[in-house]
Design a binder for this molecule. Structure first.
Ligand code: SF4
Length: 326
C-alpha cells in the first residue's frame, strides 16, 4: 500500500470583500476541503467553473496563502511556510497551467525557460550539464533538440504545453498539479498531451492532481476522482465506482451531460436549474439544494455529513444517510 504523499485537512481560502447588502464579508472559495493523494496516484478534480478547483491547486502549491487548515506534503506540514522555506519544497511540487502561452516567458528561449528552475535550485554545476538535461527533457516530452533555441511564439499550443511540462519536470518533482492542462488545445492534440502525461507518470513515478471541468478527460487519466461544488467536495471515489455509480445528484447531472460515443444511445441528460450560486452568498444547508431535484426540508437547513457508500466511495448528501438508515 503506497503512503500518502499529500494530506489536505479542512483547507479554507476566504477572501475578504465588501458588498452593498452584507457590508464586510468573505468569498469562501475553499470551505474546509479535506483529501489525501497517495504516492503514484492521479487524483482528478472536476466541477463547473467557480467551484474552487483552481483555487485549490494554487493553495496546495502555496502560490496563494491559505486562510486556515493544513497542507502536509511528504510528512512535512508546509501550511504556513514562508517563501524561503518554500524554496526547497517547490522542487517537490510543480504546477502545469491551462494557458501554455501565458505561462511561458515570451522573451526567453525554450532552453532558458526549462533551465531556469534547475539554476534556481542549483541542481547542476556547469552550463554543459544543464544543456544536456534540457535536451533530454525536450526529447522526453516529444520535442526536438533544435527547439531549445526557439521562442514560445514559434510553437503550436500543444508544443507549448509540452514545454510547460518539461519545465515542471526539470526539478524532478514528486507531485504535479495540472490545472486544465489540455482544455485550451484541439481535441486531437488533447489526447497526445494526456498520453504524454500518462507515460511520464510511469517513467518518473509521478503523482498528479489533475484539475478539469471535462469529465471525459479526467476519466482518461485519473485513478480516483473528486467532484467539487462551491468550495467543497460533494463526492469522491475510485474512477470505476464514480463513473459507474455516480451517487450525488450533482455528479449524476454532470455525468448525464457527457456526450455518449454511441450516437444511437438515448440521452438522459439531467438539466440543472440556475447557475452555480456566488461563493459570497452560499446557500445554507446543502449548498446544492437550490438546484437539486431531490431537495428535502433538511437539505435547506443542515449541511450533509460525509457518508461512505462503497469501498473508497464517499458522498455528502442526506439521501445517502436516509438510504443507509432504511
Ligand atoms: Fe440534494 Fe439534499 Fe442531497 Fe443536497 S443533500 S444533494 S439538496 S438531496
Amino acid at each position: 500500500m503506497s503512503k500518502n504523499l499529500l494530506e489536505v485537512k479542512e483547507l479554507k481560502q476566504y477572501y475578504p470583500v465588501h458588498t452593498k447588502e452584507q457590508g464586510k464579508t468573505f468569498v469562501r472559495a475553499l470551505d474546509g476541503v479535506s483529501f489525501e493523494v497517495k504516492e503514484g496516484e492521479t487524483l482528478g478534480i472536476v466541477g463547473e467553473s467557480g467551484c474552487g478547483k483552481s483555487t485549490m491547486g494554487l493553495t496546495v502549491c502555496k502560490l496563494i496563502e491559505p486562510t486556515s487548515g493544513a497542507i502536509i506534503l511528504d510528512d512535512e506540514d508546509i501550511t504556513f511556510y514562508r517563501r524561503k522555506q518554500m524554496r526547497d519544497i517547490r522542487k517537490k511540487i510543480q504546477m502545469v497551467f491551462q494557458d501554455p502561452y501565458a505561462s511561458l516567458n515570451p522573451r526567453m528561449s525554450v532552453r532558458d525557460i526549462i533551465a531556469e528552475p534547475m539554476i534556481i535550485h542549483k541542481m547542476y554545476k556547469t552550463d554543459k550539464e544543464i544543456d544536456q538535461r534540457v535536451i533530454e527533457l525536450l526529447r522526453q516530452v516529444g520535442l526536438d533538440d533544435y527547439h531549445a533555441k526557439r521562442y514560445p511564439h514559434e510553437f503550436s499550443g500543444g508544443q507549448r504545453q509540452r514545454i510547460g511540462v518539461a519545465r515542471a519536470l526539470a526539478v524532478e518533482p514528486k507531485l504535479i498539479i495540472a490545472d486544465e492542462p489540455v482544455s485550451a488545445l484541439d481535441v486531437s492534440i488533447q489526447s497526445q498531451v494526456l498520453n504524454l502525461l500518462c507515460d511520464l507518470r510511469e517513467q518518473y513515478h509521478l503523482t498528479y492532481i489533475f484539475i478539469s471541468h471535462d469529465l471525459s478527460v479526467v476519466e482518461h487519466i485519473s485513478d480516483r476522482v473528486g467532484v467539487m461544488y462551491l468550495g467543497n467536495f460533494v463526492e469522491m471515489a475510485d474512477k470505476e465506482s464514480l463513473y459507474k455509480n455516480p451517487t450525488h445528484p450533482y455528479t449524476q447531472a454532470l455525468l448525464s451531460a457527457v456526450p455518449s460515443p454511441d450516437p444511437t444511445k438515448k440521452s438522459n441528460k439531467i438539466i440543472l436549474e440556475g447557475n452555480i450560486p456566488s461563493p459570497i452568498n452560499a446557500p445554507k444547508g446543502c449548498k446544492f439544494h437550490p438546484r437539486c431535484r431531490f431537495c428535502m426540508d433538511i437539505c435547506k437547513e443542515v449541511a450533509p455529513e460525509k457518508t461512505q457508500v462503497g469501498e473508497n466511495h464517499y458522498v455528502y448528501c442526506h439521501l445517502c444517510n436516509q438510504n443507509q438508515s432504511e
